[in-house]
Every structure is written in structure tokens, then in C-alpha cells.
Design a protein around this ligand. Structure first.
Ligand code: SF4
Length: 501
């Protein structure tokens, strides 16, 4: 055995050529797997270029632009149309992204900037655009979303809106102020990503609309950029616990709608958060921002302005995080945890026990938005898997701490890429042993090139059908995600072994 060791490990060829396997077996750690170049023309990247901290350029970003997050939030409002104060491209690509993920048409209006707006500002475009939008579509809410160009030009959005309202009153009468609400969301894309865009939108909506009235005994939920299926699962937990709630940005009723005919024109999905509910958010018992980076600012604002108790994260994915969510709900509302929910937990624990021998010891790389990545990391630890490379495409104050704390509890020391790019994360995967990737569709090519199976989770997932209808949060969502993970491991590691089928 001694003379066969290479860096303390054996290659696959050397193992195959052994006359007999040692009685104590060969530990996985003793196997040396040489990563093969992807193709003969492959040129390894310059080592100096690999860490994103050493570069001014982002290579293969793990995030998209800030206005997208504000558009996502807006389409979760009933009868709301986002109005994008910028050029058409800033609207076209988000609409395309929505269609790819949700397979639904999404109405987003644009100020359609051309050269004159870029030089003289977008005042005229905004006023005419709002007028056209109201005239044709009669929305109840319009979110006015800025982009790179309008922010760089320095468009005075608040001033423009005052002028626009005066003109609208002349044309539609004073009742227009009750009929349509306007919310301005500043999203200069160079200052953040879709994550901060959603966060800014959440704060802008509650700042503009929430009003103090009498207590309503409800809890506010700001879900973050999770799937319609996830939102339904959160509602399911709240309903089991008999808790009244306000779900801000409820995309479960707007981006995953039944197709029914005939449909009234202009068409609006029947779901989404109503304006009245947002107004009432100032009167709730607590605000649960499930994703700290996507809603945390709104929860903090509601606390500061209206004394509504904030509960900021973690995303209730996996046992520990869902337990925390359920316990906090019970504590703040005085509602007991029902037997049915305890059974759902028990089913997840049972599923984990049933499959521990497949997940135990697997090395996993995780990529996505900060809150989803952090929660998925903890869930992987709960499954006995070792997170080795965890990345958030958007820099986050809480992400690295969350990941590190979870891993330390299980004695793991992952490499953490906070706000890194896919290039450096990919480099890690190609140079180290990784058994599984948990990530979004941006990780597909890396998974194929590195020959590491991928479980899709997070945002965006655009190359699978039905993903958006499934829940990954809560106990039932955890059980679904666990099945995805184990089935992927079975396919990759035991493709021909019928014992495992
Ligand atoms: S990065 Fe800026 S210019 Fe490009 S699409 Fe996003 S908002 Fe528009």
C-alpha cells in the first residue's frame, strides 16, 4: 500500500490495479481523483485572476440587476403595474426572465427613453407614460422604478410625480388620487442587485402606504424572492396555526395563475396583495422578513415608525430554521403548534433518517442569493452533508455569519464566497472534490463541465418546468428538497445498482 500513495491518496487506476482491497477498506478521503481538462483546447485560468477580490471586473455574475427585484415585488401586488423609468431594454429582459421562470405573461410598462430623454431628462416620458397607463389599464397601483440611466441623469422623480398627479387630476378628476396609488422605488443597478431591489421595494411600499389604525392581530410576512409554491407553504403553516396574516408581494396569486376563459380585458390576475392590506401592515403584531436581505429594511422601518415587532430571518428551510419560524409565530401570537404541523415535522425527520446513508459525508457546493444559500447550507449540515464552497452572488452582511455559524455547529470549515462571482466558485469546484451542487440555473454549465450533479434551488431556475409550483420551505418543502437531493445522488452515484432502486 505504502508505495502506491500519491499525495497520501490513491488514484482510481491504482485502486483498480490492487490485487486485493485492504480489510479496513479505502476511505473516500484516500482516493485521488484527477480532474480532467474539459477539452483539449482548455487553457487553465490565470491563478491571479481567480479571486474576485483581486479583479475590478465581474466574470459570470451570480446576480442580476436591481430593478428586477423591484419588478418582482410589484407584480405580487393586486392590480399593480410597474412603470420602469428608463430605456426599453431594462424592461424587456426582466419580462423575458419572468416568462422563462413562471411561464406567465407579465405586464411591465416602460418610459422608453431615447436620446432626448437621456439628454433632457425623463420628465415628459413619465407624465405621458403614467397617463397612457391609467387610460388604458386602470391599475390600482403603479410602482415607478428607476434604472441606471434615470438615476445617472438625476431625474427628480418625486418632483415629476407631483406634476404628473396635477395633470392626471385635470384629466381624470380628483378621485384619481383614491383610485391609483403611486410608489417610487429607486433602483440604480450599479449600487446593488435584484436582492437589494426587492428590499428597497418592500421598504418603499410600506413607507408610502402603511398607516396607523387600530390593531389587527395579524402578522406581516415579507417572503423574499421565493417561489409561489413556497408562499403557499408559508400560508399553509399560518392557516394550520390559525394565524391571520398579510402576505406582502404575494406572487402565488399573480405568477402562478389558473388559466380560465373568458378573461376580462385589461387582464389582472385575481391574486396579489391588496392596497388595503399594505396600509394595514402598520397595525400588525409582528413582521416576519423571511429573507433578511429581501425585506429586512421594511421590517426595520415598521418597527421604527409603528412599533411592529420585527423577526428578520432565517428562511424557514430545513428543520432548525422552520422550527425557529414556527416557535416565534407561536410565541408572538399565543397560538399553539398544532398536531398536524408536528406530524409534518415528523415525516421530514423520518425521511432524513431513511436516507441518511446516502447523504452522509457528501461534499456539497452551494450557490444562490444570500438567504437561500445560507438556509440551504444549514439544511445540508442537518442531512450530514459537508458544505465545502458556499457562495452568495450578492454581498450580504448576514450571509457569511449565518453560513459560518451553521457549519461550525457541525465542525465544517467551508470556503465562503460573499458577493463573489461564478468564475471563482467554478474554479473551486473544478479543483476540489465535490459530490453535489445546490444552486440555480446559472450553475448548469459548471455542473456539466465539472461533472458534478446539480439540484436546482433558488433564483433563477428557468430550465425546468414546474419548479415554481413546488415548495422548498417548511417541513413539507424540506421533505421535497430532500427527495430531490437523494434522487440526484442515487442517479449520479448508483446509476446501475438496483439494490438502491
Ligand atoms: S443594469 Fe441598468 S441599464 Fe442594464 S438593464 Fe439593469 S437597469 Fe437597465
Amino acid at each position: 500500500m505504502e508505495d502506491l500513495k500519491i499525495n497520501g491518496r490513491l488514484t482510481i487506476e491504482q485502486i483498480n490495479s490492487l490485487k486485493e482491497i485492504p480489510i479496513e477498506g479505502i476511505n473516500y478521503e484516500q482516493i485521488y481523483i484527477e480532474k480532467e481538462p474539459i477539452c483539449p483546447q482548455y487553457i487553465p485560468p490565470d491563478e491571479d485572476l481567480i479571486p474576485s477580490s483581486k479583479r475590478t471586473v465581474v466574470i459570470d455574475p451570480g446576480r442580476i440587476c436591481m430593478p428586477f427585484g423591484a419588478m418582482w415585488a410589484s407584480v405580487g401586488i393586486h392590480k399593480c403595474i410597474p412603470f420602469v423609468q428608463g430605456a426599453q431594454g431594462c424592461t424587456t429582459y426582466p419580462r423575458y426572465t419572468f416568462s422563462r421562470i413562471f411561464r406567465e405573461p407579465v405586464a411591465i410598462a416602460t418610459a422608453s427613453f431615447h436620446e432626448d430623454a437621456a439628454v433632457f431628462g425623463g420628465r415628459k416620458n413619465l407624465i405621458q407614460g403614467l397617463r397612457n397607463l391609467i387610460y388604458r389599464y386602470r391599475p390600482e397601483v403603479i410602482s415607478i422604478i428607476t434604472v441606471c440611466s434615470s438615476e445617472i441623469i438625476g431625474d427628480d422623480m418625486e418632483g415629476f410625480l407631483i406634476e404628473a398627479k396635477e395633470e392626471l387630476e385635470e384629466e381624470f378628476g380628483p378621485e384619481i388620487h383614491d383610485q391609483v396609488k403611486f410608489v417610487i422605488v429607486h433602483t440604480p443597478s450599479f449600487a446593488g442587485s435584484h436582492v437589494s431591489g426587492y428590499d428597497r421595494a418592500a421598504k418603499a411600499f410600506v413607507q408610502t402606504l402603511a398607516k396607523k389604525r387600530s390593531p389587527n392581530n395579524k402578522v406581516n410576512i415579507i417572503p423574499g424572492m421565493i417561489t409561489p409554491g413556497d408562499i403557499r407553504e408559508i400560508k399553509h403553516i399560518l392557516e394550520l396555526m390559525n394565524i391571520d396574516y398579510i402576505m406582502l408581494f404575494d406572487i402565488s396569486g399573480t405568477l402562478d395563475c389558473p388559466l380560465r376563459v373568458p378573461q376580462q380585458m385589461p387582464y389582472y390576475p385575481k391574486g396579489g396583495t391588496k392596497v388595503e392590506e399594505i396600509i394595514d401592515m402598520a397595525n400588525s403584531v409582528a413582521t416576519f422578513a423571511l429573507c433578511p436581505d429581501e425585506g429586512g429594511s421594511a421590517a426595520a422601518y415598521l418597527k421604527k415608525r409603528y412599533e411592529v415587532e420585527p423577526v428578520i430571518g432565517p428562511l424557514p428551510l430545513g428543520i432548525h430554521n422552520t422550527d425557529k419560524f414556527v416557535k416565534k409565530l407561536s410565541e408572538l401570537t399565543g397560538k399553539p403548534v398544532p398536531e398536524e404541523l408536528k406530524d409534518e415535522r415528523g415525516i421530514l425527520v423520518d425521511a432524513m433518517a431513511d436516507t441518511f446513508h446516502y447523504t452522509m459525508g457528501r461534499k456539497v457546493a452551494i450557490v444562490g442569493d444570500p438567504d437561500i444559500s445560507a438556509a440551504a447550507t444549514r439544511f445540508c449540515c442537518e442531512l450530514g452533508m459537508e458544505p465545502v464552497a458556499v457562495m452568495s452572488g450578492t454581498f450580504s452582511k448576514s450571509f457569511a455569519k449565518e453560513v459560518w455559524n451553521a457549519c461550525q455547529e457541525y465542525n465544517y470549515n467551508p470556503t465562503i464566497f460573499n458577493g463573489g462571482d461564478m468564475f471563482e466558485w467554478e474554479d473551486y469546484i473544478k479543483k476540489n472534490r465535490v459530490d453535489l451542487i445546490l444552486g440555480n440555473s446559472k450553475a448548469v454549465n459548471i455542473s456539466k463541465e465539472a461533472n458534478v450533479p446539480l439540484v436546482r434551488i433558488g433564483f433563477p431556475v428557468y430550465d425546468r418546468v414546474g419548479y415554481q409550483r413546488r415548495a422548498y420551505v417548511g417541513y413539507r418543502g424540506g421533505e421535497f428538497l430532500l427527495s430531490l437531493i437523494v434522487n440526484t445522488i442515487l442517479d449520479a452515484k448508483f446509476p446501475d445498482d438496483r439494490v438502491h432502486q
